[in-house]
Design a protein. Structure first.
Lengths: 438, 423
């Protein structure tokens, strides 16, 4: 166990799974429905290209060990991806049954069934390769670094993961909506991945502060940048520093790791229209806030958050204010936030003169994006940063020799499965670099 | 309104749906409830010498989540007393005079046959069915399929039964033979009024792979059982048709084997059955399944203009021939409807790996595979694996060749079209 023991009373523990787990009968029936397509569209839709028809067939036949092996061989984070992937827009969305107007195969739930079984049985499929004597530093202990480190270990390279938080697992531990996966399950995955051995995890260490890149380069043969994104972006409007106004990512992390009371909160406003905003509105509802409103500058069609998540949020009682922005926050007698002053926008997102309104809010969550951490590496010669993202070739190599990148710091903030795919691809590139030069 | 009434060798019933001699027809209570549900007749669970059954009697063959598409049992004949059975048969017939009650029998000696037939006839039953089919347990004692597999014994015992019985006698045949015809003809020579087939097929339903013991397990042991249920239907239909199409046979047939709905029943009737018997479907789902069977058959007869069953019985038999009479110049090719295709590529992989390598991957930008019609042999495999109804059509090709069967090729020197897919 490298993970810090989690508080059993942390706020996220009140959530139940949005998609329940399958019994054996349910899994077998669903797996038996799979058409076992050749050159299947679901496989193409998966960033890690799991052989989905094959793992599903193995569930149908009762070959669960083989099923889990198929999944993990393609994606070592298959357990968390089964829970957190937006399958509606990936594999399940491309299931050919959709074209028949027949319910598509529940690939995520089947993958959860197989991978949970492997965890419960303690099955392990991969061994570390013969020690090459080379070591790699990995920045950040999130999905990208974990996937990268595991793949490097299969090839015999030593790994040290540097993580600034006390908690490992990255957003899987601190950011995933708890009705998809809770932090303890993310910790299980970290332990399971580290079980291959030879991956050192150093927590509480900020690269660039406690340890310099120069030191890393002296200690290791290659560096993988998998540090994700930085803190929530600020709105920069008056009143933003009032107690009760906070960044959504920061709020979610607190909810996932510590106890939290929203007893005084009757109204919550979440600002933004992306997937973090959608997580935040559903989480605020789930934590018992009666009135939850999503405030978004565009309309429903323009929202970058997934339609299926918004549909679920609506069912849970969340409302939206479209085409409006927060222009200030009001304080109550207690000095905490009590309302959001809003400005209505026209179709071109220009303020409509005179159309302002106020919404009550004892909690305001700002979900308009996260800052990029690329500044951290910008000073290193050769590394190109574009719109805050570390630029690499398609396999993850940066312009600086021996430096590779993957996950949110490279892609600007995508899914766990993208981080897993990029981490694995980068490991293959690192292996090529360490064994033969690029 | 089509007339569903059925006559099988003089045994009349309001419709052709009978319970087969099996657990659902084990008692008066069951048979009477079945008649209330709409069943036209019932062949009572076989009467004979006292027996004792084992615990753990049934096993199932389940496929891809579909439970019990095949079924087997190692149960023997009735384990209730003859007195009880005869009393209940009498009561049932009294209460349900229009429904057919057939008594299934299995004993050994001529005296035993004489006695049990007399007592059966005295119940007022409509007919007898001689159980020459049971392939487990009873055959080890020289009865059941042990009789059905020996035409001489079959003929002899049948002739005894016909001699002693004043009501029609059906002989129930076993499928555990290489050719059904000699056995049907033996029953005919013995004087039977009709036959019923098939009885169950000798089987091992499954093996418990952890205990390494076949199922169903009786303590740590097992034995072969009788296989039935939907999975046996194709075998049963062949045997029914093999008798129905033979000029020498020409006896009424009560068809049995995997009949689970009206469509199955229609198929058996078109292949020559005057009535159909059902067991497994009732065991799995209850007597109520007959409602759909009756409705479906009625609607089918209406749609096809059949006023009564006689107009329909054996209608597919003239179309059942030897392979040597099939037209080798008849040509079909697969046509994939791009508007319906969902791009699963099941046809492509099936043809590539399992057939004649003439369906190729879609060109870039499409997911609709391409059929190489010049090589397509028209085997139907792609159509079979396609999940979309109507997406793959096996379209006839006018190739300009006049029909030519193998026999015509050999005997008359007719011209055959060039082979396809023989690359």
């Amino acid at each position: 166990m490298v993970s810090t023991p989690l508080d059993p009373n942390r706020a996220e523990s009140v959530f139940a799974d949005f998609k329940g787990e399958y019994t054996t009968e349910q899994a077998t029936l669903e797996a038996s429905r799979c058409l076992y397509c050749s050159d299947a569209p679901c496989v193409k839709a998966c960033p890690t290209h799991i052989d989905i028809p094959q793992f599903i067939r193995k569930i149908a036949t009762g070959n669960l060990k083989g099923s889990a092996r198929t999944i993990f061989d393609a994606n070592i984070l298959g357990m968390s991806c089964a829970r957190v992937c937006p399958v509606e827009t990936l594999c399940v969305g491309d299931c050919v049954y959709n074209l028949l107007h027949v319910p598509p195969i529940q690939i995520g739930k089947l993958q959860r069934y197989a991978t949970d079984h492997a965890y419960a049985e303690g099955w392990r499929f991969f061994e570390a390769g013969v020690d090459t004597g080379k070591t790699v530093a990995l920045l950040g202990a999130g999905p990208a670094s974990l996937a990268c480190a595991h793949e490097l270990r299969r090839r015999g390279h030593g790994c040290t993961v540097y993580e600034k938080r006390p908690v490992v697992g990255g957003l899987n531990s601190t950011g995933v909506a708890p009705y998809k996966m809770k932090a303890d399950r993310a910790a299980d995955e970290v332990d399971w991945v580290l079980g291959i051995g030879g991956i050192d995890v150093v927590t509480g260490v900020n690269v660039g502060e406690q340890v310099s890149f120069k030191e890393l380069e002296a200690r290791h043969d290659a560096v993988f940048l998998g540090m994700g994104l930085g803190p929530d972006t600020r709105l920069r409007v008056p009143g933003e520093d009032l107690p009760g106004v906070r960044g959504a990512v920061d709020f979610i992390e607190e909810m996932k790791l510590t106890p939290m009371s929203l007893a005084g909160v009757k109204h919550a406003v979440v600002i933004g229209g992306g997937n973090t905003a959608l997580d935040a509105v559903r989480e605020a509802r789930g934590l018992g806030v009666g009135h939850v409103v999503m405030l978004y500058r565009g309309d429903e069609a323009a929202m970058s958050g997934y339609a299926h998540e918004w549909a679920a949020a609506k069912v849970e009682g969340v409302r939206a204010e479209w085409r409006a922005v927060a222009i200030g926050f009001e304080a109550g007698a207690d000095g905490r936030v009590s309302g959001v002053l809003c400005q209505r926008l026209d179709e071109r997102r220009h303020p409509i003169a005179g159309e302002t309104f106020t919404m009550s809010a004892e909690l305001v969550l700002v979900a308009i994006g996260q800052s990029k951490l690329a500044g951290l590496v910008q000073s290193l010669g050769g590394i190109e940063v574009h719109h805050g993202r570390v630029v690499t070739d398609e396999r993850g190599a940066t312009g600086r020799k021996g430096y590779f990148a993957g996950g949110d710091c490279r892609n600007g903030g995508k899914e766990v499965v993208n981080a897993a795919a990029e981490g694995k691809a980068a490991a293959q590139a690192i292996h090529a670099y360490l064994t033969g030069g690029l | 309104m089509p007339d569903l009434s059925s006559n099988t060798g003089g045994i009349r019933s309001p419709n052709p749906f009978w319970l087969a001699s099996a657990p659902p027809a084990n008692s008066g209570g069951q048979v009477q409830r079945a008649f209330d549900a709409g069943w036209g007749g019932a062949v009572w669970k076989t009467l004979g010498q006292p027996i004792q059954n084992v615990s753990s009697r049934f096993g199932a063959h389940s496929v891809a989540g579909a439970k019990a598409i095949g079924f087997n049992n190692i149960e023997l004949i009735t384990d209730r007393s003859l007195e009880t059975n005869f009393r209940e048969i009498y009561d049932t017939k009294k209460k349900y005079p229009k429904n057919a009650v057939i008594v299934s029998l299995m004993v050994e000696t001529r005296e035993e046959w004489r006695d049990i037939i007399k007592r059966s006839v005295d119940t007022g039953a409509d007919g007898l069915e001689l159980n020459f089919g049971c392939p487990h347990g009873m055959c080890e004692r020289g009865m059941g399929s042990a009789v059905g597999q020996e035409p001489k014994v079959n003929q002899e015992i049948t002739s005894w039964a016909v001699e002693y019985s004043s009501i029609p006698v059906l002989v129930k045949l076993t499928p555990n033979v290489s050719d059904i015809l000699p056995h049907g003809l033996a029953a005919k020579r013995g004087g039977a009024h009709g036959v019923s087939l098939i009885n169950t097929i000798k089987s091992i339903i499954s093996v418990d792979i952890d205990r390494m013991v076949p199922n169903p397990r009786v303590d740590g042991m097992s034995t072969n059982g009788g296989y039935c249920g939907q999975a046996v239907k194709p075998i049963a239909m062949h045997m029914v048709a093999a008798l129905a199409r033979d000029e020498r046979f020409r006896l009424p047939i009560s068809g049995i084997g995997g009949i689970s709905n009206w469509r199955d029943a229609v198929e058996f009737i078109l292949l020559g059955s005057s009535s159909v018997q059902v067991c497994t479907e009732v065991m799995l789902r209850g007597f109520r399944v007959v409602e759909d069977m009756i409705e479906g058959l009625e609607e089918y007869m209406r749609t096809h203009g059949f006023a009564n069953l006689d107009a329909m019985i054996g209608r597919a038999i003239p179309k059942y021939s030897e392979w040597g009479n099939l037209d080798l110049n008849y040509e079909t090719v697969a046509k994939i409807d791009p508007a319906l295709c969902i791009g699963c590529n099941k046809c492509m992989i099936a043809c590539e790996d399992g057939a004649h390598q003439c369906i190729h991957p879609a060109p870039a930008g499409s997911r609709v595979p391409v059929v190489d019609e010049a090589e397509c042999v028209g085997c139907n495999l792609c159509q079979i694996v396609c999940p979309v109804e109507g997406c793959i059509d096996m379209a006839q090709v006018d190739n300009g060749f006049t029909p030519a069967s193998w026999n015509q090729f050999v005997e008359e020197g007719r011209v055959l079209r060039p082979k396809k897919g023989a690359h």
